[in-house]
Design a protein around this ligand. Structure first.
Ligand SMILES: Cc1ncc(COP(=O)(O)O)c(C=O)c1O
Length: 364
């Protein structure tokens, strides 16, 4: 296949899915894929065998989940527009409002639907302000029991999302305790509670049994059905971005320019000022891998190689699934990476290519 392309490896996806299934079985919690993180529907047939459905952040994600992923479909958005609500209700099993104001606004229209409210517990594991749902003045959810109390009878569940790539079970446990201390009386009036995403429970060494026990206890003591909304945890380490070196130069550092771009194809690297991951990253040669867009800082990172790079060399940039494929864009008109799937039997199946016509169609 011609590069650039994203390669989703089903046999690398599978261990994540098996951990999700193990957690569901041991805890009784249901797991909904967060489409904001990963929406490449060509692998949903496999994912749906291990998960209960999807959750969304917009009407379009909601409809995609309904159409392509069997099971439950949760509808959440930071703010719904008036013209969306009929479709939101038609395509969802539950609708979760971000504020009491939105709940009241759509009260009549959603009366016969299962409804929930996002609650912001004011604590989080994010240390990056941009991504911290509990940042000062956060618009993400209602912050106080006093604000929730007047609408509590209109809903049957809450959604909390305050973890962020949290691989520390004790921290999760402590924060859930804080949530129970502060919102326990309200939680016990509900039938279901979503604890959102951001729990890195598919990571190596995560104490899955302790998480399962904690979730089961939370569900039992509060008499609620627990939901989790994993995104990154479901797809971590499953996908690479396959690229080719187009040119090399030495400007005090050895530079290689590849047929891709961070800004267009791995935007999160720029947003969160992170380096890509590459394999192998060992050997005497140190090279800076650069994108082909005009952005001066379009740099994937610096890596080690066994030999000097040259045009035509193929490179694999790792961990290109979560918050990556969903954010690809047409900046600079750089060829959008195709999508391929490595099936469980090892065969590679191209599932999508993007052409000049797609570039033209993205604007008018
Ligand atoms: C409400 C909600 N649920 C689930 C997720 C998925 O989180 P993650 O991909 O970290 O598991 C997010 C991420 O921002 C979110 O905002």
């Amino acid at each position: 296949m011609q590069t650039p392309y994203y390669l989703i490896d089903k046999s690398a996806l599978l261990p994540n899915l098996e951990k999700i299934a193990e957690l569901r079985a041991a805890s009784g919690a249901k797991a909904l894929l967060a489409l904001k993180c990963f929406a490449t529907w060509s692998v949903f047939d496999l994912m749906a065998e291990y998960m209960d459905g999807t959750t969304s952040s917009s009407l379009f994600e909601l409809k995609l989940g309904r159409e392509t992923f069997p099971g439950e479909t949760h509808a959440y958005s930071v703010a719904w527009a008036d013209h969306e609500m009929a479709e939101v209700i038609a395509n969802s099993d539950k609708v979760i409002f971000n504020t009491a104001g939105q709940l009241r606004r759509f009260e009549a229209e959603s009366r016969d639907h299962v409804r929930g409210l996002r609650v912001n517990p004011g604590v989080s594991t994010s240390d990056f302000d941009l991504a911290d749902p509990a940042r000062p003045f956060s618009r993400l959810g209602e912050h106080t029991p006093e604000a929730i109390e007047p609408v509590a009878d209109l809903i049957s569940g809450f959604m909390f999302h305050n973890n962020c790539e949290n691989g520390d079970f004790d921290r999760f446990d402590a924060m859930l305790g804080q949530i129970e201390d502060r919102f326990g009386a309200l939680i016990r009036r509900m039938e279901w509670i979503s604890l959102g995403g951001g729990i890195h429970f598919t990571g190596a060494g995560y104490p899955l049994d302790r998480l399962a026990e904690r979730l089961k206890r939370f569900a039992g003591e509060n008499e609620v059905q627990v939901y989790l909304e994993p995104g990154e945890a479901a797809v971590t380490n499953s996908t690479s971005l396959e690229v080719t070196v187009l040119d090399t130069l030495d400007n005090g550092k050895k530079l290689a320019i590849v047929d891709s771009s961070t800004e267009a194809h791995m935007l999160d690297l720029l947003i969160y000022r992170e380096s890509a991951k590459m394999t192998p990253d060992a050997g005497p040669e140190e090279w800076m891998i650069c994108g082909k867009s005009c952005l001066a800082g379009d740099i994937f990172g610096e890596f080690r190689f066994p030999e000097a790079l040259k045009p035509g060399d193929r490179l694999s940039i790792l961990d290109a699934a979560g918050y990556t494929m969903v954010k690809k864009n047409w900046f600079n008109g750089v060829k959008m990476p195709a999508i391929a799937i490595r099936e469980l039997d090892g065969s590679v199946r191209p599932v999508r290519d993007f052409t000049y016509d797609d570039f033209v169609a993205a604007l008018s």
